[in-house]
Design a protein. Structure first.
Length: 139
């Protein structure tokens, strides 16, 4: 974000929410949502949100933890009291998330199998087993 720096004073570098949004690929609404939930706390100048490098890194961490399937409550817990593992995870939380995601995968696989079976009822369609997508048969 070096090209987008805005000097607030000699000691502080901060970025506007639009710059952070563009850099991280998050919508303005998502950033405001994380702020409203207390996961990030950007500085304010009037009605402008200003993000320091620390806040941007914290937002990256929130995004990573969310991508691993943590709830907002769990993310807040990690931010407040980080564990010693990567991304502040504890071994216990990592194990819980692994079990949870495995259970979701089993459910998704079962739903996919059901949909594949249902799709066979439609004439002119065949299931591509390698991609699990439906392709129209052309004769």
């Amino acid at each position: 974000m070096a090209g987008r720096k805005k000097n607030l004073d000699k000691a502080t570098q901060a970025w506007r929410i639009s710059d952070v949004s563009g850099e991280l690929g998050l919508s303005l609404r998502a950033i405001r949502f994380y702020e409203a939930r207390g996961l990030i706390k950007p500085k304010r100048r009037g009605n402008r949100r200003l993000f320091t490098e620390n806040e941007i890194e914290r937002l990256r961490l929130v995004m990573k933890l969310k991508s691993l399937g943590l709830s907002l409550f769990e993310i807040r817990r990690v931010l407040v009291s980080p564990g010693k593992g990567p991304y502040g995870l504890t071994e216990k939380l990592c194990d819980e998330m692994t079990e949870r995601l495995h259970a979701r995968k089993i459910e998704a696989d079962a739903a996919l199998a059901q949909l594949q079976e249902i799709s066979r009822a439609f004439p002119g369609k065949v299931l591509d087993s390698t991609s699990a997508s439906l392709n129209v048969i052309t004769n």
